[in-house]
Design a protein around this ligand. Structure first.
Ligand code: G3P
Length: 478
C-alpha cells in the first residue's frame, strides 16, 4: 500500500521531516514493492549526536552485559527469520531458502561475535620496561582495547542483513555505537533486522538506521565529523569513500574477480560442481563468486561438458519458488551484464547455452574460449554469466589472476597439495581456497581483499579488533 517504513533513531521509529520517500522496486515483478523514508542531513546530524552520547555510557557498560544484549538480539533475529526472509525475497530476489539461511547465519554471527568479544576484549597486556636497552624494570605498561566511538556501517544489497550484522555486532561488543545506512534494495529487510535489536533492549541512540538517497545523505554520512570508523561493503563507491573519508579506520570490501584455476590432475567432478555453485549461486551476485575459470587446455573440454551438464539442472524463475537462478537486482544491472555478453559475442566467445533474458531474469550462461581482449575476462558481471579461459600453463593462469585490479579470493583445483600451496602463495588475493569455490564463511575466518578489493581484514575476530584502539597506561616506579 502507501505505507512508508519509518527510520530508526533515538530508540524510536520515525517519519522523516522531508516528507519524501524512496521507492524499492521488486526485481522480479519490476513494480514498486516498498517505500522507505528519505532522511535529511539534519536528521543525520541528530542521529550522530545521539550516537555520540549513547556511546559514552555503552563503553562503561560491562562487557558481559553488552554480550548479553547481543545474545538476546541474535535469538530474536532467528525468531523473526520468516518475516525478514520474505523481505529479502521481495527486495533483492534472493531464493526463499537462501533468504532464511542468511537470517539464521546472521543470528549465529551475532552470538559468535558476543562470545569472541568477551574472550578477546577480556584480555589486555602487561609489558615491563627492562627488555629495551637502557631501561631498568621501572615501568609497567598496561594496555587494553577501547572502542573507537561511532561506527558507520554501509552494507550492500546482496546480504543486507548478514553484511549489516557483521559490522553491527563487532562494533557493539567493542563498546562503539552504530549508525547503519542500508542499501536501498534490502532496506526493509535491514529495518526488520534493526527491530530485533530494538526488541533486545539496547539503550536509546546507540543503534540507528537512516534510509534515503545516496545523493542526499551518502557523502554527508561518510564525511560526517561525528563518524570514527567506516565499515563498507559494496562496489566502486568504496574507492570514492576512502578518498573522501577523514583520518579514521576504514574497513572496505569492494568486489572481486575470483579466478578458479584448474590443473590437469584435478578431480573434474569436484571442479564442475564447485564452478556451478561458485559461479551461479544467488545468480552470481556475490563478491566471492567464481568470476573467471582458468583451465588447462588438456582438461578444458571435459570441464566445460561437466559444467554444462550440471548447469542444465539449475532451475530458473522466481525467488518465491526457490529457483536457483532468479532475476538480478535491477534493470541497470541486467543491462550491464548483457553488455558484457554482447561484447564477448562480437569478439568470438563460444556460447555454451543460448543467451536468454526476460526482464531482469538472465538464464545461466557459460562462455568458453574467452580471450583477454574481451571485457568479461576482467570485469565483474555480478550476474549468472561465467567466462572460461583456456590456459596452456599454470603460470599463464596465475598471470591472468594477478593482472586483475581485484584481489579478493581465488581457488585452485589439483590433487597435488605442494603445487596448490605454491600457487596459493603466487596468487595476489586475500584468500585462496584449495579444492573448493571461494567463500567468505565460516564467518570467523579472516576475509580480506588486496588491491581494489579492499582495505583491512574482516571476519569476526578481525572486525572486533579493527573497531577498537589500543589504550595504554604506564606506571612509573620511583
Ligand atoms: O558479496 C559479499 C561477500 O562477502 C560474499 O560472501 O558468504 O557469499 O562468500 P559469501
Amino acid at each position: 500500500g502507501d505505507q512508508v517504513y519509518k527510520y530508526y533513531a533515538d530508540g524510536e521509529w520515525k517519519k522523516s521531516a522531508s516528507g519524501k520517500s524512496v521507492s524499492i522496486v521488486n526485481p522480479t515483478t519490476r513494480k514498486p514493492q516498498y517505500k522507505v523514508q528519505a532522511c535529511t542531513q539534519e536528521e543525520v546530524n541528530k542521529v550522530m549526536e545521539a550516537a555520540k552520547a549513547a556511546q559514552k555510557l555503552w563503553a562503561r557498560t560491562p562487557l558481559w552485559k553488552r554480550a548479553e544484549h547481543l545474545h538476546k538480539a541474535a535469538a530474536i533475529l532467528k525468531e523473526h527469520k520468516a518475516s525478514i526472509a520474505e523481505c529479502l525475497v521481495k527486495e533483492i530476489a534472493k531464493p526463499a531458502k537462501d533468504a532464511v539461511t542468511e537470517v539464521v547465519r546472521s543470528g549465529d554471527l551475532v552470538s559468535y561475535t558476543a562470545e569472541e568479544g568477551v574472550r578477546i576484549l577480556g584480555e589486555g597486556k602487561l609489558l615491563v620496561s627492562d627488555s629495551f636497552p637502557g631501561n631498568e624494570r621501572s615501568k609497567y605498561c598496561l594496555s587494553s582495547k577501547v572502542p573507537l566511538g561511532v561506527v558507520l556501517a554501509i552494507p550492500p544489497f546482496n546480504y543486507p542483513v548478514n553484511l549489516a550484522v557483521s559490522k553491527i555486532a563487532p562494533a557493539l561488543i567493542a563498546g562503539n555505537s552504530l549508525v547503519l545506512k542500508p542499501p536501498t534494495q534490502g532496506a526493509v529487510a535491514a529495518l526488520h533486522m534493526i527491530q530485533c535489536f530494538h526488541l533486545a533492549g539496547f539503550p536509546k541512540g546507540l543503534i540507528s538506521c537512516v534510509t534515503g538517497k545516496g545523493s542526499e545523505i551518502g557523502d554527508f554520512l561518510t564525511m560526517h565529523p561525528g563518524v570514527n570508523c567506516i565499515s563498507f561493503t559494496g562496489g566502486d563507491t568504496g574507492i570514492a569513500i576512502s578518498k573522501k573519508a577523514g583520518m579514521i579506520p576504514l574497513q572496505m570490501e569492494l568486489g572481486g574477480k575470483d579466478a578458479c584455476i584448474v590443473l590437469e590432475d584435478a578431480d573434474l567432478d569436484l571442479v564442475a560442481s564447485n564452478i556451478v555453485k561458485g559461479g551461479y549461486s544467488y545468480s552470481g551476485q556475490r563478491c566471492t563468486a567464481v568470476k573467471v575459470v582458468l583451465v588447462m587446455e588438456s582438461v578444458a573440454d571435459a570441464i566445460v561438458e561437466k559444467v554444462k551438464a550440471t548447469m542444465a539442472k539449475l532451475s530458473v524463475g522466481s525467488p518465491e519458488d526457490d529457483c536457483d537462478i532468479t532475476p538480478v537486482v535491477s534493470e541497470s544491472s541486467a543491462n550491464f551484464i548483457e553488455g558484457l555478453v554482447m561484447d564477448a559475442k562480437e569478439k568470438g566467445a563460444t556460447f555454451c547455452q543460448e543467451y536468454r533474458r526476460e526482464g531482469n531474469l538472465i538464464w545461466p550462461l557459460l562462455l568458453d574460449h574467452v580471450r583477454p581482449d574481451m571485457r568479461i575476462a576482467w570485469e565483474e558481471p555480478f550476474g549468472p554469466v561465467l567466462p572460461v579461459i583456456r590456459i596452456s600453463s599454470v603460470e599463464e593462469g596465475i598471470h591472468h589472476c594477478n593482472a586483475s585490479n581485484f584481489g579478493l579470493q581465488g581457488c585452485v583445483f589439483t590433487r597435488d597439495i605442494n603445487k596448490a600451496i605454491l600457487i596459493s602463495d603466487a596468487m595476489e588475493t586475500g584468500t585462496v581456497q584449495i579444492n573448493s569455490a571461494p567463500a567468505r564463511g565460516p564467518d570467523h575466518f579472516p576475509f580480506q581483499g588486496l588491491k581494489d578489493s579492499g582495505i583491512g581484514s574482516q571476519g569476526i575476530t578481525n572486525s572486533i579488533n579493527m573497531m577498537t584502539k589500543i589504550k595504554s597506561t604506564v606506571i612509573n616506579l620511583p
